[in-house]
Design a binder for this molecule. Structure first.
Ligand code: ATP
Ligand code: MG
Length: 489
């Protein structure tokens, strides 16, 4: 039976000249559920926000796929202070339960309508009841007494649910153990950039600062490095307008979900991972529970956004396998809908250490070239790669390392170098210097951008704050779903 209050409200706005239809749907306070049950998207619906603007209350109508720009609202109204009305204020003014807003409230004298609301012929809004919505003819909304059309909202970068944007999600991260090196850039950041610039993907990139505490660290270094990594990201071309860039620790839901995930992962599986064994070897006496839990937290980092593609180096493949296993088990045991994430590989998926053994790594001193290194530093480091040749002409690990760089940076010369190596005439010093110059040339624009970004700390603060907000909105939704499915809510 139709709610009489809804009918009354519909008639009231009809009398104002606003053409409208009442739509019925399953009872829900969740906007995503409501629009999906009406076979619509968030761009077809708009919400009314009741706000306290200095001393008066105003209503602001903005599309549900948009975010209000508070600065624009303040400027528009010529006010200093702006905040959302408290639940008590809201109910007192509208007579409604919080979350059940309607477009026309006689007690509110001023209504701002964001101009994007008028882009569609019809817009769906609240009816005052959680079981009904109202479809309005948008051009009639201006008949709301005291209303005006303004430009105060922007399309939000990301929606809280993958299925509504229809895009595939991407997640990647880098530990805050130092500044980025060539391995990080070629194995991870290049892939991150490629996916960021492909409109088919929604990309989220974090500084994995919680992962940093899984190996020995100092507080000062951690605090400094997590910011340095963000600066490196931005200088490399990650763009907060296109990607959500954030610090992992600011989205505490990652840690919560990791604990739920740990209920489907065995200790033996974690202990046998090559990455675990390597880190234990590297830091004897530090085989902590945090280190053992690393892959579980990484599974949570990815799956909390239901990301299906992960641009990381090949060293992370065993961790992705764990993430897939966890997704499968969670789906099987609890009926969740996690995707099985795949690695997105780049040409530089494995950059060897300059020391001739293992991979280039931030926490292995002498193994890396930083993206901020000068030509001198690069030359010195590349010259230090051990290239003494073995009897029989076999390539030593150091020589192989050099050829990896030659393949990436001087691909047109590689055949020539190989021939010279085989007939014993290869001049290692010349090759090393040519490689150093080619690397530096690619890094130069990055280094210039980095200086500018580093100088603008308030911009950085803004990027970090906004990134965390966007990430949190998605992460909290997933955690809520998992808690419900696991019987914890
Ligand atoms: P740490 O030594 O502290 O573990 P790291 O250099 O291994 O640091 P991570 O933060 O663990 O860096 O990894 C960040 C990203 O860079 C991951 O996607 C990882 O796969 C990639 N990566 C790290 N080292 C290399 C490498 N040598 N070659 C290619 N990709 C790499
Ligand atoms: Mg690593």
């Amino acid at each position: 039976m139709m709610d009489s209050k809804v009918l009354e409200y519909s008639d009231q706005i009809k009398k104002l000249g606003i053409e409208n239809t009442i739509l019925e749907h399953p009872t829900s306070k969740n906007i995503d559920e409501v629009v999906s049950s009406l076979a619509l998207t968030r761009s077809d619906s708009a919400a009314t926000l009741i706000m306290k603007a200095d001393d008066e209350f105003v209503a602001i109508i903005r599309c549900d796929d948009c975010k209000l720009d508070n600065k624009k609202v303040k400027k528009n109204l010529g006010i200093e202070n702006l905040r959302i009305a408290t639940a008590e204020e809201f109910t007192k003014l509208t007579g409604l339960q919080p979350g059940a807003a309607i477009y026309f409230n006689p007690s509110i004298k001023k209504t701002l309508i964001d101009k994007k609301v008028l882009e569609k012929e019809y817009i769906v809004g609240g009816s005052g009841s959680f079981s009904y919505s109202i479809k309005h003819k948008t051009k009639d909304l201006i008949k709301i007494p005291g209303s005006q059309i303004v430009n105060v909202a922007e399309k939000a970068l990301i929606m809280t649910e993958t299925k509504y944007s229809g895009k595939k999600r991407v997640l990647s991260g880098i530990r805050a153990t130092g500044r980025l090196h060539l391995g990080n850039y070629l194995g991870a950041v290049k892939g991150m950039l490629e996916l960021q610039n492909n409109p088919e993907y929604e990309t989220l990139y974090m500084v994995a600062d919680v992962h940093t505490i899984t190996t020995p660290f100092t507080i000062e270094e951690l605090r400094k490095n997590r910011r340095e990594v963000i600066i490196d990201y931005l200088a490399a071309g990650l763009d907060p307008e296109k990607s959500v860039i954030f610090q992992q620790s600011e989205v505490a839901q990652h840690i919560e979900l990791a604990f739920y995930f740990s209920s489907v992962a065995t200790i033996a599986r974690m202990q046998h991972l090559p990455t675990f064994k390597e880190k234990v070897k590297l830091h004897p006496g530090h085989s902590t529970m945090a280190l053992l839990n690393y892959p579980i937290l990484m599974a949570s980092d990815i799956l909390i956004y239901k990301a299906s593609l992960v641009p990381v180096g090949i060293d992370q493949e065993p961790h992705l396998e764990v993430a897939r296993e966890i997704a499968r088990k969670m789906n099987q045991f609890y009926g969740t809908d996690f995707p099985e994430p795949k690695r997105f590989a780049t040409k530089g998926e494995y950059i060897p250490s300059l020391k001739g053994e293992g991979k280039m790594g931030k926490s292995v001193e002498g193994s890396y070239i930083n993206l901020t290194d000068s030509l001198d530093e690069i030359q010195k480091k590349i010259r230090s790669v051990p290239t003494a040749t073995k009897a029989g002409g076999e390539m030593t690990p150091g020589v192989k390392t050099l050829f990896t760089f030659a393949n990436l940076y001087l691909s047109s010369e590689v055949e020539k170098y190989k021939k010279e190596f085989n007939n014993g005439t290869l001049q290692f010093v010349t090759v090393k210097d040519e490689i150093s110059e080619a690397i530096y040339k690619e890094l130069q624009p990055f280094q210039e951008r980095r200086k500018k970004i580093e100088a603008d700390q308030s911009y950085l603060n803004k990027v970090i704050k906004e990134g965390a907000e966007k990430a949190r909105a998605i992460a909290s939704q997933t955690v809520k779903e998992v808690r419900e499915k696991m019987g914890l809510l």
